[in-house]
Design a protein around this ligand. Structure first.
Ligand code: KIV
Length: 263
């Protein structure tokens, strides 16, 4: 595999060829995922839940993410390494730029920010300084308390339109990728078709350009409630690298997500 860049992902979108993305938080799993062909690795703030045992992503600090970014960067191979900007780094443009700078120095190749159209200014300031941005819309886990739980977003016409409009605003501000979490499949399709940049989905239906899952969910290492969009690829695999290969192949062939994983 050649190094995956934003141009690679743009070309895949234009060719209507889906790409796979997976969270990774350390060198060994990043290396296994990269060797399985997974195009994008995300050092997600989900690490607060799956590594640290918190009930949300809010306690995760910039130091935590920098540590795991540096670990994952050593195993990322040719995959593109995306890294989450944690809760409240976006409190001011100054803290956003400072924290994103730390993440890029730790090994990030692009950052992911949560936030709606109001994040446009932050996206503009980051991109004009050479930091590529993925904007995360729909269910944004950093606002879980405001949303009243981990719920599907954009079910009605007005909120679906707002998500589409926010996506367009953020792309106009410079976002290179939009990530949509937990929205109806019809909205995932509409947003993907409306935008020139790649759209990555998690619980956003089969029509987004890329799919992403949390690594622990792919490996069936879950406890408590398992979201509808999750599939355990370890069930039919005999090794962790094998499960990653199966996930990648299922995304590439559009076998995943199936109707049972969609809203
Ligand atoms: O933090 C994370 O792992 C994420 C994915 C669920 C998209 O944001």
């Amino acid at each position: 595999m050649k190094p995956v860049t934003l141009s690679t992902l743009g070309a895949l979108k234009r060719a209507n060829e889906p790409f796979s993305c997976l969270t990774a938080y350390d060198v060994s799993f990043a290396r296994a995922a990269s060797r399985a062909g997974i195009e994008v690795l995300l050092v997600g703030d989900s690490l607060g839940m799956v590594l640290q045992g918190h009930t949300s992503t809010l306690p995760v600090t910039v130091d935590d993410i920098c540590y795991h970014t540096a670990c994952a960067a050593r195993g990322k191979g040719e995959s593109l390494l995306m890294v989450d900007v944690p809760f409240m780094s976006n409190a001011t443009i100054e803290s956003l730029l400072k924290d994103a700078g730390r993440l890029m120095r730790a090994g990030a190749e692009m950052v992911k920010v949560e936030g709606e159209a109001w994040m446009a200014e932050g996206v503009r300031e980051l991109t004009r300084r050479g930091v590529p941005v993925c904007a995360h819309l729909g269910l944004t886990p950093q606002t879980v308390h405001q949303l009243g739980g981990y719920k599907v977003q954009g079910r009605d016409g007005a909120t679906a339109k707002r998500i589409l409009d926010d996506a367009k605003t953020l792309v106009d501000a410079g976002a290179s990728i939009i990530l949509l979490e937990c929205v109806p499949a019809s909205l995932g399709k509409t947003v993907t078709e409306a935008l020139s940049v790649p759209v990555i989905g998690i619980g956003a239906g089969p029509d987004t350009d890329g799919q992403i899952l949390v690594m622990h969910d792919v490996l069936g290492v879950t406890h408590g409630h398992t979201p509808r969009f999750v599939k355990n690829f370890m069930m039919d695999a005999d090794s962790i690298p094998g499960a990653f290969e199966r996930y990648h192949a299922a995304v590439k062939s559009r076998a995943f997500p199936a109707a049972e994983h969609c809203f």
